[in-house]
Design a protein around this ligand. Structure first.
Ligand SMILES: [Zn+2]
Ligand SMILES: [Zn+2]
Length: 176
């Protein structure tokens, strides 16, 4: 099941988009989630996020899905420049979750524009795939968590991990 199929067949009808998608077999998901920059709104505080949450709540019977978006902060956050328009990730987070058999997902904090580094690994987020050198939309029909939307390759890495760890271990020795 691709993200595109899930959105077109299951989610779009519940978002009231079925009329536009009457010939939807090969239709792009742009009709549901907008193009390019608009797609960031799926994580945001506005109508796109609330429509998506409503559709997903019907499908999953969960009532807490709005916490996966910035909806709970709608009254305190300005929309201006809130969300970044391209997908970013921390390769160490992905790799750690993979190595410890945890769920691979994209934390909400990754889409907030002012957050530039991973709060766990203190490493700047990446936005360019190391394999195909492409940037990516926040969400696409080919989205696969932890993998590049363009070339499909794994985005996790532990390449600099040993260096980071030894640096962190040294810090207390210097302090004492
Ligand atoms: Zn991280
Ligand atoms: Zn790629």
């Amino acid at each position: 099941m691709t993200t595109r199929r899930l959105l077109l067949n299951e989610i779009a009808p519940l978002m009231g988009r079925e009329r536009k998608l009457s010939h939807s077999r090969n239709e792009s998901i742009s009709k549901i989630l907008g193009v390019n920059r608009d797609r960031t709104a799926t994580n945001g505080t506005g109508l796109t996020a609330s429509n998506l949450v409503r559709a997903m709540s019907i499908l999953t019977k969960r009532t807490d899905l709005h916490f996966l978006t910035l909806r709970p902060w709608v009254k305190v956050l300005s929309k201006r420049g809130l969300l970044r328009h391209e997908r970013v990730w921390c390769p160490f987070c992905y790799q750690e979750w993979h190595d410890t058999n945890k769920s691979i997902y994209e934390p909400l904090i990754w889409c907030i524009n002012v957050v530039q580094i991973c709060p766990i690994h203190h490493h700047p987020f990446l936005s360019v795939c190391p394999h195909c050198l492409m940037t990516q939309l926040v969400l696409s029909g080919d989205s696969q968590t932890g993998h590049c939307n363009k070339c499909g390759k794994w985005l996790g890495s532990s390449r600099f991990k040993s260096g980071e760890v030894s640096k962190m271990k040294k810090a207390p020795e210097i302090a004492s």
